[in-house]
Structures are given as C-alpha cells and as structure tokens.
Ligand binder design. Structure first.
Ligand code: TXA
Ligand code: MG
Length: 339
C-alpha cells in the first residue's frame, strides 16, 4: 500500500474525512501524540488499526469526539464526575473511562463494558471529526511497543506501507499521551498519568482521586489490570535503558564506571558537557512540560544514534513529572538503579 504524507490543508483534510467515512485508517495529529484513527463504530476499520500497529487485541482504544452531543450512544452513562471533568478539561488531553454505549464496536473496547473517550483540542483533529461526523478510535500511531510519534515523520517511519494517509500537523504540543481516568467507581482512579495532573483533577472534583499502582510499578504479562495497556513493554528503543536515581555528581561517576563503546546518556538541559559520553538532553530539570514534550523524540533519537546502552537521569515523580516517569520506566523495562 502506498502511504501518502500530506500537510494539513483543506484538501488533505477532506481526503482524510472521505477515507474515515469509507472505513479506512488515517494518521492524524493531536495535541498529545499522533493517533491512528478509524471509525469507532466499525469493526472492520478498528481491526485495520490493530493490524497496522501489531497491537494485542485485548488492549482497548480511546474514542475521540468533536463535540459533546457526540457522546450520545458512545457512552451509556455520563455521571457527575465525568461532567465536571469534561467541563474543566475538554477539549484537551484527558480521557475519561465511562460505561460503553451501544454504538461502539466490541473491537474498540476490546470486549470491556467501558470505553475511554476524549475531545482533542488540536484544531486539525477536531476539524476531521466534525467535518466527517465520524467519532474515531485512535491509539498512538506507533508500531506496538515503540515510542509514540510526535511528528508526522515519526509516524511515517513506523507506518509506511501500512496505512493510506498521514496528515502532517507539525510537532505535537504535549508530547505524551492523555491522562486516563476511570470514573466508573465512586473514587475516580488515574490509570495513566499525563499533562492533566492528579492535583488539578482533585481540585475540580473536590475529592480524593487514586492513582493505579501500575502507574509506577511493573506488571506481569499475564495479570489482569484495569488498564490493559499498562502491562505491555512500551516506548522501548533498541538499546538497554537504565534509569539512574542519584545526584548529578553521582550520575557522572556511575557513567564513568559503567560506560562501554555505544553508551549514551539522557540528561537535563545544560548537563551535556559534564557527561563522559555523548549526551542528549530531554528537557529542563525543573520544567516537566519540556521533558514531556521532548521525551519520545529523544527515545527515537537513541535508535538513530545506534545506542546500545543508555543511562537516564531520573525525573521527579509528582505533577506532570509523573507522566514522564511513567513512560521512562516502561521504556527501560523497569530497570531502575539507585546510586
Ligand atoms: O493522547 C492519547 O490518548 C493518544 C491520542 C492519539 O489521542 N492515544 C493513545 O491511545 O494514547 P493508546 O491506545 O496508545 O492508549 C490508550 C490507553 C491504553 O493504556 C489503554 O489500555 C487505555 O488507554 N484504555 C482505553 N480504553 C480503556 C478502558 N475502557 N478501560 C481501561 N483502560 C482503557
Ligand atoms: Mg500507545
């Protein structure tokens, strides 16, 4: 299959709408990462998404809507917590898990009774949904296991030959995927951290919110978890990645002791010169938004540099940093050292 890579404009957006309406899969920009979109109500379209990504069939997809009326039939209940969250954070990078509506095909929700929904704030994504009238399911547009794509070129590297069209809308803003929160129970629970933080959510709901333990811990492949996506190795470059929790001085000492020929370091901006091997910065130490924005691009850069061993400076674990930490420990296969 030939894969077209087109800049977002009236013509390419119309083509994307036509493809979606005819049950095809299209890669589209969102404010978080690029998504692989297909009609959420069509089993055959969703099967194509799973096939293009090589994604395990038990991992459900997020449904993207363009306006609040679209929720009708997509969810069977829109409870008070969900309403408050939608009011506060939509359009934007928050996915709310709600009871599944009758329109959603079983492949989208991987057979679960629930469905994750979000309204993206990216103008191009919104336009495609509203012009086509298609609420689309979209996972991140990477091959399963690889870092999520934050540029159309990254999508092309993974999806060339697998899908008919990629819409280029420039670099993704946030750089990490949406926060996923379930409001199915009385105490809402964050299943995946993102740019919308636990603290912001608690303020809006005016009650305590839990964070699933899988967010900061490894999960065995055969275990049952609330968010199936969390049990798979994820975001992984080819290199062996190790996260090193230590001071800057100790980190440099650790790299000196353990460096080999193709060792690379992922550090914070300004620290590169201090490192005894080649170093890539993934953002400013005290600016987790910049880390989130750069993280996946830097993980992909490691492969382009043929890194075999990578040592990473450990980010914080609160606020937006939790999203960065959650992705990093997965890219490292939970390989974390305190030094
Ligand atoms: O920012 C995003 O959310 C991006 C863009 C494209 O919108 N999409 C994305 O989709 O990250 P994906 O498929 O890569 O990740 C979806 C995550 C997975 O961890 C999945 O297990 C979880 O959401 N999820 C989806 N539906 C769920 C459900 N009904 N219950 C629990 N977890 C669910
Ligand atoms: Mg993904």
């Amino acid at each position: 299959m030939e894969t077209k890579l087109l800049k977002a404009n009236e013509e390419s957006i119309k083509l994307a709408c036509d493809l979606l309406k005819s049950g095809e899969v299209v890669a589209v920009p969102t404010e978080t990462v690029y998504g692989l979109a297909g009609d959420a109500t069509s089993s055959s379209a969703i099967k194509k998404i799973f096939e293009a990504k090589g994604r395990p069939a038990d991992n459900p997809l997020i449904v993207h809507i363009g306006n609040i009326e679209m929720l009708d039939g997509i969810v069977s209940e829109f409870n008070n917590d969900a309403k408050k969250l939608a009011d506060a954070f939509w359009p934007g990078p928050l996915t709310i898990i709600m009871p599944r509506g009758e329109k959603i095909c079983k492949e989208t929700s991987a057979g679960l009774d629930s469905v994750g929904v979000r309204m993206p704030s990216n103008e191009i994504a919104r336009k495609i949904i509203n012009l086509s009238g298609v609420a689309f399911s979209a996972p991140s547009a990477n091959l399963s296991g690889k870092p999520s794509p934050t540029t159309a070129e990254d999508v092309f590297a993974d999806m060339n030959g697998r899908i008919p069209l990629i819409i280029d809308g420039g670099e993704s803003d946030a750089g990490v995927e949406s926060t996923v929160i379930s409001v199915l129970e009385n105490t809402p629970i964050i299943l995946r951290p993102g740019i919308v933080t636990k603290e912001e959510i608690e303020k809006v709901l005016n009650k305590e919110v839990k964070v699933a333990k899988e967010v900061t811990e490894g999960v065995k492949a055969d275990s049952i978890v609330r968010s199936p996506g969390m049990k798979y190795k994820h975001y992984a470059p080819n290199a062996k990645v190790t996260i090193v929790k230590s001071s800057l001085e100790k980190f440099v000492e650790f790299v000196n002791l353990n460096k080999k020929e193709n060792t690379l370091v992922m550090c914070f901006e300004g620290e590169e010169k201090l490192m005894p091997v080649s170093a890539l910065s993934y953002g400013k130490k005290d600016d987790p938004k910049s880390q989130a924005h750069n993280l996946f691009a830097v993980l992909r850069e490691l492969d382009k540099n043929h890194a075999e061993q990578v040592f990473v400076r450990c980010p914080d674990t609160t606020g937006i940093s939790l999203a960065v930490y959650n992705r990093l420990i997965r890219s490292a296969g939970f390989n974390i050292i305190e030094f």
